[in-house]
Design a binder for this molecule. Structure first.
Ligand code: HEC
Ligand SMILES: [Cu+2]
Length: 304
């Protein structure tokens, strides 16, 4: 469930708290205003005069909003100070770059290298993480409501969002700034897993496992030129234009959480991707026979 009212971490909890304060405060003010309106029309003469006087307008129309909004602003900045990651950086920093229309992810490898991945962000539960947000093209906005606030990815700028998941789970997010044709199909998932599981995963991702019986699919992938845009660690495919596919077989969804991951859907995306995700920047590959498509899909599914 993608909802800012079901927090899965402290940061999101603070935002939900602020939201409830706003709801309650706005509700109370609405009641008072509606009550005053009725009194101003139907109330006793003295009350009507008081409500229509200049003093009521100065107090209710200027002093009250200025004071309340100032308190709310202070409250918001205070509650949000952690997520702005202004102090010391978190131990784990993961780079997320908005692309039309998918998410590029780079984890820090143990040897200082960057490990490329895409569309499914894995984080350890209970640890603070700084998401270092960039964009490769236009303005995107990173928003995973159950884990934290929304932060724009602005050309030429780096914004840092601090998040922490309190319990394991899958949290869905969505690009929250219109970024062109396939914007609505630019979602992502954050998988919060136990810290040891995360560490093991990060080590294993350095040299992803290549499945067996996939030589034909791998050969076709190479020959068709997929490697010009896609990288797969441990193979000659080293493209960086499209999502890294080193672990594509292990993702729950394809094409930025557009369709569930399956060999069938891999075939669909490769051969008729424009009908799956209209306007996406990967050309459709109609050169393959059905048998060849199956082989390429089997190869990609094996990359976990
Ligand atoms: C011109 C560059 C380019 C070429 C060549 C290319 N792709 Fe892509 N590919 C992309 C882009 C860009 C995306 C992201 C599309 C989106 O989600 O908006 C993508 C997405 C994908 C995805 C989904 C990845 C994910 O994380 O869900 C798969 C699978 C894929 N391509 C396979 C292939 C295969 C197989 C070939 C060769 C037959 C190929 N691509 C050739 C650019 C390319
Ligand atoms: Cu967008």
């Amino acid at each position: 469930m993608q909802s800012a009212l079901a927090p899965g971490g402290e940061e999101a909890g603070r935002i939900a708290f602020l939201t409830w304060i706003l709801f309650a405060g706005a509700g109370a003010i609405l009641l008072v205003v509606a009550g005053s309106l009725v009194m101003a029309m139907r109330g006793p003469e003295r009350l009507r005069q008081a409500l229509g006087g200049e003093r009521a307008i100065r107090l209710g129309g200027i002093v009250f909003p200025v004071v309340t909004l100032a308190i709310l602003l202070g409250c918001g900045v205070w509650l949000m100070r952690e997520s702005l990651a202004l102090g010391r950086p978190a131990a784990l920093r993961i780079e997320v770059t908005g692309e039309r229309w998918w998410w590029r992810i780079s984890y820090p490898g143990s040897d200082g290298s960057l490990l490329a991945d895409a569309n499914e962000l894995r984080i350890p539960v209970g640890r603070e993480i700084d998401l270092v947000l960039h964009t490769a093209d236009v303005i995107h906005s990173f928003w995973v409501p159950n884990l934290g606030g929304k932060l724009d990815m602005i050309p030429g700028r780096t914004n840092t969002l601090r998040i922490k998941a309190d319990r394991p789970g899958i949290y869905r997010g969505q690009c929250a700034e219109y970024c062109g044709g396939a914007h609505a199909l630019m979602a992502l998932e954050i998988h919060a897993v136990a810290p040891d599981e995360f560490d093991a995963w990060l080590i294993s991702t350095q040299a992803p496992r290549l499945g067996e019986g996939i030589a034909r699919g791998q050969g076709l992938f190479q020959a068709a030129g997929c490697g010009a845009c896609h990288g797969i660690r441990g193979t000659p495919a080293a493209g960086t234009i499209g999502p890294d596919l080193s672990r594509v077989g292990g993702r729950r969804f394809l094409a930025a959480a557009t369709i569930p991951n399956s060999t069938e859907n891999l075939v669909r995306f490769i051969s008729r991707g424009q009908s799956v995700k209209p306007g996406n920047l990967m050309p459709e590959f109609r050169i393959f026979s059905d048998e060849e498509l199956d082989a390429v899909a089997a190869y990609l599914s094996s990359l976990k």
